[in-house]
Design a protein around this ligand. Structure first.
Ligand SMILES: Nc1ncnc2c1ncn2[C@@H]1O[C@H](COP(=O)(O)OP(=O)(O)O)[C@@H](O)[C@H]1O
Ligand SMILES: [Mg+2]
Length: 221
């Protein structure tokens, strides 16, 4: 937003090798910016590809409540609407209605051909001011309007991650069906546990110098 850049205030939310996340304010207006221009040189192309993916996915989710609206994607800067709320690791949602609404939200994503793929991380879940859930961070999400077999498997993984959070904060309200979903691990989850998670942690720590648990948010494998 070059024309009002002079008046704009920014507040850093998170910074890592892939760039910066900032809250931007301009008078009454408030939005969230992912700035890949701040990414380390060697991995800037990864940061750009991930932000471009997020822009594409948010475009496909236009009008879905509880995900940020895409405001712009230009010159390595992605702008999303701000959703007032607090991340799951602070909110610790104990009300079963949170999980019912979150399940409906996952169904809405799926109906639009989107799986999130990063819902094990508590910081990607918000509890909004009215207590309802919201989801951010679509960098590794998939947009597949044809919703093939792998898509459906990944959609079940999204749900399993939600249920793991429910098991942590609201276990007495897990239904027998939900317990069965939790007990049944897909080959993707098994492969991830066996190798992928270790490789991911290695790359995250050695290459990017972080392991994503901003604000001490837990990551449920
Ligand atoms: N649209 C938004 N509204 C409110 N908070 C947000 C929004 N987008 C991001 N955040 C906050 O900023 C944090 C980092 O953003 P995120 O998109 O998850 O970046 P990263 O990919 O680096 O994890 C989130 O965990 C969340 O707390
Ligand atoms: Mg995140």
């Amino acid at each position: 937003m070059p024309d009002n850049a002079r008046r704009m205030n920014t507040e850093l939310l998170k910074a890592d090798a892939l760039g910066r996340i900032e809250t931007c304010r301009d008078g009454e207006r408030i939005w969230i910016r992912r700035d890949t221009r701040a990414a380390h040189l060697g991995v800037r192309w990864i940061a750009r590809a991930a932000a471009a993916r997020e822009a594409r996915v948010l475009g496909a989710l236009k009008g879905v409540d509880a995900v940020p609206a895409l405001l712009g994607w230009q010159a390595g800067v992605l702008e999303r609407s701000f959703m007032p709320g607090i991340p799951m690791q602070q909110a610790k949602p104990r009300d079963p209605s949170y999980y019912r609404a979150a399940h409906r939200l996952l169904k809405a994503l799926r109906a639009r051909g989107v799986v999130h793929n990063d819902l094990a991380k508590e910081p990607n879940w918000l509890q909004r001011v009215d207590g309802s859930p919201a989801v951010v961070d679509f960098q590794i999400a998939w947009y597949r309007p044809r919703r093939g077999r792998l898509f459906r498997l990944l959609a079940r993984e999204d749900l399993r991650h939600l249920l793991k959070h429910k098991r942590t904060y609201c276990p007495q309200h897990l239904t027998p069906t939900e317990r069965r979903v939790l007990a049944r691990r897909s080959w993707i989850a098994e492969a991830w546990r066996a190798t992928g998670k270790r490789a991911y942690k290695f790359v995250a720590r050695k290459l990017f110098g972080y392991w994503d648990n901003e604000g001490n948010g837990r990551v449920r494998p």
